[in-house]
Design a protein around this ligand. Sequence first.
Ligand code: URA
Length: 210
Amino acid sequence: MKTKYDLLHKLKDKMDKDESLPLKKGATKLVFGSGNTEAKILCIGEGPGRTEDQMGLPFVGQAGKLLDKLLILAGLERKKVFITNVVHHRPPENRDPLPNEIEAYGKYLDEIIKIMKPKVIITLGRFSMAKFLPNVFISGVHGQKFDVEFQGQKLVVIPMYHPAASLRNGDIEYNGATLMTRMKNIRMSRILKYSHHSRVIRIFVSPLCH
Ligand code: URA
C-alpha cells in the first residue's frame, strides 16, 4: 500500500508538470508543502513569498520565523504538523491571490487534504479560512474552534491570523496563547492523541523540517 508520503510526492510531481497553473510562469519553484506527512494537524497559509519561492519551501522567510514562534507558543512544532498554502506558486510582488488562482490551486489543496486526512486544520490568514468558513470575518472568529465537514471528512478548523499580520509587540504571544488554549481543549477530547504519539515521523522532502 502506498504511504501518505508516496502519495504526496506523486501529487507534487503532477503539480510540478501542470502548465495550466496560473502563477507558474512568474515563479521560480513550486512550494508544495513540508512537514510530517503523518501529522493530524495541517496548517494552511496564503502563498509563498520571495524566500519560499527561491527555496521551494513554505514559511521559511520572515513569516516563517513568526510561524515557528506561534507554533512553539502553542505547544506545537514543525515536526508535528504539515504546512502548505492556498496557492503554491508566488504571486507577483507578493500580491493577494486572486479568486481564479485560488480555484486553480484549490484542486491540489483538496487532494492534499484527502491524502493527509487531518483532524485539525489551522488556517493562517483569511484566504485559507474562507475555504472552510466562508462569510465570516477573521476578527470575529480568530482562535475559535469550528467543526466542519469537508469532502466527507469531519475536521476541526481553527482560524488564526496570518503570522505576518502580527505587527505589534505581543501579537504573536497573544495568538500563540490563544492557539495553545484551543489545542489543549481539543487534546482533552483525545482528537490529537494519535498525532502527538505518532512514532511515524516522515518528513516530506528534505530538508523540509528545520
Ligand atoms: N506566507 C504564507 O502565507 N505562506 C508562505 O509560505 C510564506 C509566507
